[in-house]
Design a protein around this ligand. Structure first.
Ligand code: 6PG
Length: 242
């Protein structure tokens, strides 16, 4: 079931997704299970982190949540470009969570070594199904070129790779990045897109409606076998969707 949730503003999107995150957390707490979450990068998650902290900082038991990343730029965590660094500044520094629950994709000049390390970490920490790690929740953004995680339209083969993680390069800057592949994203129990802003409207319409041009966009191929796919979008991004 693909569920589309449209809210007036990015703050409303972030608030509603924070509430869904809490609902998911309660399920895992009630079942006495750990919850393994892959975060996305970019600017959209900042609002989600802010609302999550505001609403649930002292309510969520962060001990049962483990955080990972769907993709990471090969820069130090102190770099403004770092997805891990963003999560430290906007989330981890504001909640009580064991450092051992945070599993960044590590910055290295040998990304192929980290690709191997991260795949081994996921295999160790997560349940596996059909040979791939199973995240409880994968949070994704989408670029206005239809990329998701760090899988760009000119590197579509990374989405369909047999590997768990791959080395990607930003098509304009050439920045090296490590990204989860489509087989891991589509193996998750729940996948949520957070998409806001007018710039995303044309591609979101295409991806959501799976029209002819959608085949050019990596986001189109996010189709979790669990069928639990949610689009949390604002009215600007959704303006052309129907
Ligand atoms: C990254 C992301 C990427 C991001 C989109 C949307 O590391 O950049 O994971 O896929 O989600 O580019 O970014 P915005 O939220 O900034 O629009």
């Amino acid at each position: 079931m693909t569920e589309l949730k449209i809210y007036n503003t990015p703050v409303h999107v972030a608030r509603e997704f924070a509430d869904l995150f809490y609902t998911l957390f309660k399920q895992y707490q009630d079942e006495d299970k750990l919850m393994h979450v892959a975060l996305s990068g970019g600017s959209t998650p900042k609002l989600f982190f802010k609302l999550l902290v505001e609403r649930f900082k002292d309510i969520i038991d962060w001990n049962i949540i483990h955080f990972y990343w769907g993709d990471e730029r090969m820069v130090p965590s102190t770099d403004a470009e770092s997805n891990y660094g963003e999560a430290i500044r906007f989330l981890f520094d504001k909640i009580s969570i064991p450092k051992s629950n945070i599993h960044p994709i590590r910055f290295t000049n040998q990304p192929k070594d980290e690709i191997k390390h991260y795949a081994e970490l996921l295999a160790k920490n997560l349940d596996m199904s059909n040979g791939n790690p199973v995240f409880d929740l994968v949070i994704l953004g989408m670029g206005d070129d239809g990329h998701t995680a760090s899988i760009f339209p000119n590197q579509m083969e990374l989405f369909h790779s047999d590997a768990v993680c791959e080395l990607a390069y930003h098509p304009e800057t050439g920045q090296p990045r490590i990204t989860l592949t489509g087989r891991v994203i589509n193996n998750a129990k729940n996948v949520v897109f957070l998409i806001t802003g007018e710039k995303k409207a044309a591609v979101l319409r295409s991806v959501f409606n799976q029209d002819e041009s959608s085949k050019n966009y990596p986001a189109t191929y996010v189709q979790p076998t669990s069928d639990q796919l949610f689009f949390f979008v604002d009215s600007e991004a959704a303006q052309n969707i129907f």
